[in-house]
Design a protein around this ligand. Structure first.
Ligand code: F3S
Length: 406
């Protein structure tokens, strides 16, 4: 791999042991993928911060790096964690204490404690063509597909290595030739709720060559809908990018998205929508004890929608409603009265937290309802929790009645 003099100095340890280790990790990664060189990155979104992901060895690794004086050299935001630093939620004390240690270690390396999987809702917005090193699979899809920035699906340690060196290996989604669509999907049914976009993502995991889908005939999707589609594609299909014709900067037309390639064509109609919504239900009991929304973390607009749906109503006793968002959006929602409206109904608006990267099972939750295809993907395996999947309105109804009735 070709390295600049500065990169060679990092690899030789001239900028400290932490930078040497990180550059060695990135060079090894680059060699695996035949990267010809490194690219400078404009920002990093450091992931893999949950106690569940790191384990005790990972926590010690982060603390050792911080103690060695390692400091980020590009703007670096932080991904979700397994606690809410505003409210304890009854999570085990030892878990919370370990999570605080992780946060302190990353903060002392200069990371911004944004603790969210939707940093773009907090103002972190890479521009078109920018090379970045973001972790968090749903955010990666958003960068590549909606903003037109260039980012591979990165693991947590690689994002920290990029934050500390300002480099990422040049391969994959950083290169034009790897960004062409691999399958065209014509959407022939209206997508009315964000859960419909999640079902579309679930469907694409079942078609040939699903790596970079090109979606046609989706009129004016909202940003939140694109976020839910990307999260579903990333979870069910391990995608790093989609093209939405007329939305993705590189896809003013289907031809632009395909870059001259011949690819399979599939149709997503009313039947596919119904089948793939139903396929995501995996609960036996219709009695719900947790409704979890905000995966990925909600926008201000979505919090207003929840506040409006709950207006003047009361969540059933014994049922918890957790609405996930980040610190900045929660602050704005509190100023605008949305947090109070949700809390008045008996719900909780969390910040920082990712339910599936936490331990909701330790609180006795057994069956949850969600409008998130990504949460549906992870919760049964990670948390041993059964899931009902449906529209935002159905999830709120489940919170009010304690039953899943869709
Ligand atoms: Fe975010 Fe956790 Fe969902 S990282 S996308 S809230 S699984």
């Amino acid at each position: 791999m070709r390295l600049t003099d500065e990169e060679k100095a990092m690899l030789d340890g001239k900028k400290g042991e932490a930078v040497r280790t990180c550059m060695e990790m990135l060079v090894t990664l680059g060699k695996v993928f035949d990267a010809p060189c490194m690219l400078p990155v404009q920002s990093a979104h450091v992931s893999g911060l949950s106690v569940r992901t790191l384990g005790d060895a990972g926590i010690r690794w982060a603390e050792d790096l911080a103690a060695s004086g390692a400091r980020v050299c590009v703007p670096s935001s932080m991904n979700v964690i397994g606690i809410d630093r505003l409210q304890p939620l009854g999570l085990p004390a030892e878990w919370c204490e370990k999570q605080e240690r992780v946060v302190r270690a990353y903060e002392s390396m200069g990371c911004m404690n944004t603790a969210s999987c939707t940093p773009y809702y907090q103002g972190f917005l890479p521009r078109f063509g920018e090379h970045t090193a973001w972790g968090e699979s749903s955010a990666v899809v958003f960068l590549n597909s909606v903003l037109g920035a260039r980012n591979n699906r990165e693991g947590g340690p690689a994002t920290l290595a990029s934050a500390l060196t300002g480099r990422t290996p040049c391969y994959g989604m950083h290169l034009d030739e790897n960004r062409a669509g691999t399958v065209v999907c014509r959407v022939e049914t209206p997508l009315k709720d964000i859960s419909d976009y999640g079902a579309l993502g679930h469907f694409m995991a079942t078609v040939p060559q699903p790596d970079i889908p090109v979606f046609e005939n989706v009129p004016a999707p909202a940003t939140e809908e694109l976020v839910m589609l990307g999260a579903s594609l990333a979870a069910w299909g391990s995608c790093a990018m989609f093209h939405m014709v007329g939305v993705t900067p590189e896809a003013p037309t289907c031809g632009h998205a395909l870059k001259g390639k011949k690819v399979p064509q599939v149709v997503f109609g009313e039947k596919e929508l119904r089948e793939h919504r139903e396929a995501m239900n995996c609960a036996k009991s219709r009695a719900i004890d947790l409704v979890a929304l905000g995966c990925p973390h909600m926008s201000l607009r979505q919090l207003k929608e929840i506040a409006d749906l709950l207006d003047g109503r009361r969540i059933k006793e014994g049922v918890s409603l957790w609405v996930q968002t980040n610190l900045a959006t929660r602050g704005a929602a509190a100023d605008l009265g949305y947090v109070e409206a949700i809390e008045r109904a008996g719900g909780i608006v969390t910040q920082d937290l990712c339910v599936v990267l936490s331990v909701p099972e330790a609180l006795g939750f057994r069956t949850l309802a969600t409008n998130s295809a990504k949460m549906r993907f992870y919760a049964p395996g990670s948390n041993k929790i059964d899931v009902w999947y449906g529209t935002t309105r159905h999830c709120i109804d489940a919170a009010l009645t304690g039953m899943w009735t869709e």
